[in-house]
Design a protein around this ligand. Structure first.
Ligand code: ATP
Length: 269
């Protein structure tokens, strides 16, 4: 989006995030409360995490959670995609990393969201280029420079936690890993409920649509797949010139959408 890299307050609340209750609670305690109630944390002598790592299969709400954290704490939000920060010209990637932190410092309280962090900070080994290790070092030094009351919090996201340089995961850095799992049957129901909120779907149809989300047609669906189910149901309604989206639109849609996460076992290894 054209706001990429710039600070804004997202308009996503906890209400827009279905299921993931435990992850939401942990983010609330790790970031939202420390920003909203700094005096409470200070009085209790609690230190807060500067960095959280959201990891898990694609399309399960990592970006959504990060935005909700920023909105709920009324903090600015700077989103950066790992691969987009990498530049082939010597020194430019490091400069881009520093620029992100300069922006964050001028917009506190601020959440900096690094999506696809594995691309930015891959494990360093004998084969890694000097360039990639300079990027890792720059990011590490910027993170280490954030002190407790800087008001800057880092949320990073990845599908490949095993690919991230270990130095990134040490205390004071991305030291709080939170697993964002593929939803199970009841969680798909919760997510579809949030997606249906305020939408033109009749109360009589809702239980049937939720049964569909719970059932075998939607087995293995991620949140993103459920969003796609909803969109396809909407198109089915358009095709028959309907004013509301009805159960059979969802049934039709469920034949169009396939679960996009095909390797879930690997996240539970
Ligand atoms: P990726 O790893 O591909 O970046 P992600 O985990 O960051 O994926 P999101 O971008 O947060 O996934 O999710 C994509 C879309 O799927 C969201 O914009 C939302 O419409 C829907 N979605 C995913 N998870 C949820 C959820 N738990 N509740 C409601 N909607 C969800």
């Amino acid at each position: 989006s054209k706001r990429e890299g710039f600070a804004t307050i997202p308009d996503v609340s906890w209400e827009d995030v279905g299921a993931l209750k435990s992850v939401r609670e942990q983010l609330d305690r790790a970031i939202v409360k420390p920003i909203k109630r700094p005096e409470m944390f200070k009085a209790l002598g609690l230190r807060s995490h500067t960095g959280v790592l959201l990891w898990g299969p694609p399309g399960c709400g990592k970006t959504l959670l990060a935005k909700a954290v920023a909105a709920e704490s009324k903090a600015n939000f700077i989103a950066v995609k790992g691969p987009e920060l990498l530049n082939k010209y010597v020194g430019e990637s490091e400069a881009s990393v520093r620029k992100v932190f300069t922006r964050a410092r001028s917009s506190v309280p601020c959440i900096v969201f690094f999506d696809e962090i594995d691309a930015l900070t891959p494990k360093r080994d004998d084969a890694s280029s000097e360039a990639s290790s300079r990027v890792v070092n720059t990011l590490l030094s910027e993170m280490d420079g954030l002190n407790q009351r800087a008001g800057i919090y880092i949320i990073a996201a990845t599908n490949r936690p095993d690919m991230i340089d270990n130095a990134m995961l040490r205390p004071g850095r991305l030291d709080k890993p939170l697993f964002v799992d593929l939803p199970g049957p009841e969680e798909r129901v919760e997510i579809l409920k949030t997606l249906l909120r305020g939408k033109p779907v009749s109360d009589a149809d809702v239980p049937h649509i939720l049964d569909l989300a719970r059932g075998p047609n939607c087995k293995g669906f991620s949140g993103a797949d459920l969003e796609s189910l909803f969109q396809n149901a909407g198109y089915a309604a358009v095709d028959r010139e309907g004013e509301t989206i009805v159960t059979r639109d969802f049934v039709h849609a469920s034949t169009m959408v396939r679960g996009s996460v095909t390797d879930i076992q690997k996240y539970h290894a």
